[in-house]
Design a protein around this ligand. Structure first.
Ligand code: URA
Length: 204
């Protein structure tokens, strides 16, 4: 009945919401993940950063963006003049999805259904936080925030203004930078990423 939806909708702060999300079975990813990786940051923020989903180290520690992509994100935020400690950092999908390969667990992309189910939590986080700006890091975050019609490439670096919701700054995911082999190309893409992030400073 509706009691469950009400139970969940009444979270007044992120700690309560996280507690509710710990029991989430909205999709199947909870079955193999170690734990939920909920968003983290101060209770009052101007900027929310949204990634794709936790990776191996995030799954093990329970904290978002602490692995290689997170360290790169930290450096780029720093260069852009954004203080991570003053942002709320979260993911479109809150459980690690992977395929075992020997002793390693290889990240596997969340599908549209998983993103849609988990967007319920992202929406609740944004409702509580009411940020001035949301930064979509990559296509999965963009899909969670704005649906299937908005594509990353044409909107990259733009700030979009959905009705009745906070504006969304569109950029790439830092792990994209880690996959670029050509050094000059990587430098260029990284510089563009930092300049996208800097738009959040100017907007704020
Ligand atoms: N990549 C993400 O999208 N989120 C994390 O938390 C870590 C890596």
């Amino acid at each position: 009945g509706p009691a469950l939806a009400l139970d969940v909708a009444d979270a007044e702060n992120i700690a309560e919401l996280r507690h509710q999300a710990e029991g989430c079975t909205r999709c199947d990813l909870y079955r193999h993940a170690t734990q939920i990786v909920f968003g983290e940051g101060p209770g009052t923020v101007e900027i929310v950063l949204v990634g794709e989903q936790p990776g191996d180290q995030e799954d093990l520690t329970g904290r978002p963006f602490v692995g290689p992509a997170g360290r790169l994100l930290d450096r780029c935020l720093d260069e852009a003049g954004l203080d991570r400690q003053r942002c709320y950092v979260t993911n479109a999908v809150k459980h690690f999805k992977f395929t075992p390969r020997g002793k390693r667990r290889l990240h596997s992309k969340p599908n549209a259904g998983e993103i849609r189910r988990c967007a319920w939590w992202l929406g609740a986080e944004l409702n509580i936080l009411q940020p001035k700006l949301v930064v979509a890091l990559g296509a999965s975050a963009l899909y969670a925030l704005l649906g299937p019609k908005v594509k990353l490439t044409p909107e990259r670096g733009h700030i979009l203004h959905p009705a009745n919701r906070p504006p969304v700054l569109v950029t790439i995911h830092p792990s994209y930078l880690l996959r670029i082999r050509d050094e000059a190309d990587q430098r260029r893409q990284r510089r563009d990423f930092v300049s996208d992030l800097h738009k959040a400073v100017e907007f704020r």
